[in-house]
Design a protein around this ligand. Sequence first.
Ligand code: ATP
Ligand code: MG
Length: 585
Amino acid sequence: MALETIEAQSVRSGDRPNLDDYDALCREFRWADARGLMDGLPDGGLNIAYEAVDRHVAHGNGDRLALRWIDNDEAAHDFSYGDLSDATNRFANVLAALGLQPGDRVFSLLGRTPELYIAALGALKGGHVFSPLFSAFGPEPIKARMTIGGAKLLVTTKSLYRRKVAPIRAELETLEHVLLIDGAEDLPDGTVSLADALAMASGDFDIVATDPEDMALLHFTSGTTGRPKGAIHVHEAVVAHHVTGKYALDLRPGDVFWCTADPGWVTGTSYGIISPLTNGVTMIVDQAEFNAERWYRILQDQRVTVWYTAPTAIRMLMKIGSDLPQEYDLSALRFMASVGEPLNPEAVEWGYQTFGRPFHDNWWQTETGGIMIANYPSMAVKPGSMGKPLPGIDAAIVERADGAVTELTEPGAMGELALKTGWPSMMRGYLDEEERYRKCFSDDWYLTGDLATRDADGYYWFVGRADDVIKAAGHLIGPFEVESVLMEHPAVAEAGVIGVPDPTAGEMVKAYVALKPGFAADDALNRELRGHARKRLGPAVAPKMIEFRENLPKTRSGKIMRRLLKARELGLPEGDISTLESDEK
Ligand code: ATP
Ligand code: MG
């Protein structure tokens, strides 16, 4: 069983984090002051790319290392803030020469290569709206997103273009330009070589004086619960990207920061591009996919100080075991954080035993644009809790009834997690889905669709997505609690829990379990797991049925797709599976 609490990391180390006194900062914090941390454009306006890149050059820090890109062969390629400023100016000039206007939509379909980062920031400089797509998407999800988003220009590679875009190009009615990043030879018809265009472009560019409320980013949600939504974010969001990175990730000048998320989903942009740069740190970008040895090598060789990753990756590292990390010198690591899914207490504890510090879970959504609830280095960690709201964020547990919202203030009461509207990175709409957007709000609350509780100390605990909660024999059961208990068993690598219809109980709890190497998926283990869960959870909540699986279906952003487990269990249509990892398709 996991520890009750882990003493605050900064208390143990004597280090002084950016957020040193949570209560005091919550009292003093004003978004208007946070806004004052931005420079703004010399001639007025606010632009994310200026705050991320050129501001540092203007302050005399152009030589500082901004981005270290590690290619598939593990060679490092360095970009200073000055280099990024020049490259993004060139990119913005290329778009201007093609006739793109502010507000036009620029899409990327790229792996984690420098061009992705240059395209994102260069497009923002030109006042264009940037929307990153996962490079692993197939033609259909690409078409759907580019059509909804009204893509005018796409940056991609020859191979991705030939395989995925050329077959649908004729149907992409708004698409005018395609820039390919990999050389001028054998260019397919209707495409332009980005390298050539960049080489010819000027390195000077006057950043478009975007208004803080101008649309900047279009991010599609992960599609865990259904058809992905296109969330609109504006330049003002940079204020939240900046301060949440400072407080929830403790980013400081001199840090080497590694966010393992792909910019194809929101974490990889908010915290894989914008926040580390506005905070002036060096960010590591790894081109390759997950590989435990490689990851430990990067942490060691790059002397990573702050590491932001996800529960799925942590569970994969746990599956491989605690011996491997002992072979590496990870002494530079100061802070470890996790996001994207509930982080099982077992994983927090494993981090603590293995790295000498816990993973600090934090919670947010594509819609919130930035971290909303977090565990901070100056606060004790309660494994399994997502922590407390960021300064400036007013969170509550609420109940919706007849269009009105009531706050549930009793500690431990379960309800929907809600946030008072008004923080800078709140989405400004779902593209073309006004009705769906409006349904997220009641009075001045944004309703997240996640269920949670808050304890007497003010810590928030994730229960499950409203759609995933199981109603069995009068109990409301959150899948996370059951999954976490299964994870305590040494044989279990991963668990996904759903409710299946049951004539007497309404629903019955069923678990899908993937095992660690060396364990046999047999009846004895099945019985043992059910026994373990019954002992820990009681018969009403423990799974009645367990099915072993090699893998669980996940989104490309690494989330277990419980709705798909359920649809398959019940023989129902699978719904939108555009974000499903391909090996599960
Ligand atoms: P869709 O909205 O399309 O169904 P999605 O909700 O998975 O997809 P994202 O915006 O990427 O899309 O994910 C946000 C959701 O991820 C949250 O609403 C929550 O359910 C889950 N989540 C993120 N971080 C945490 C966390 N620390 N603990 C628990 N759940 C988390
Ligand atoms: Mg969602």
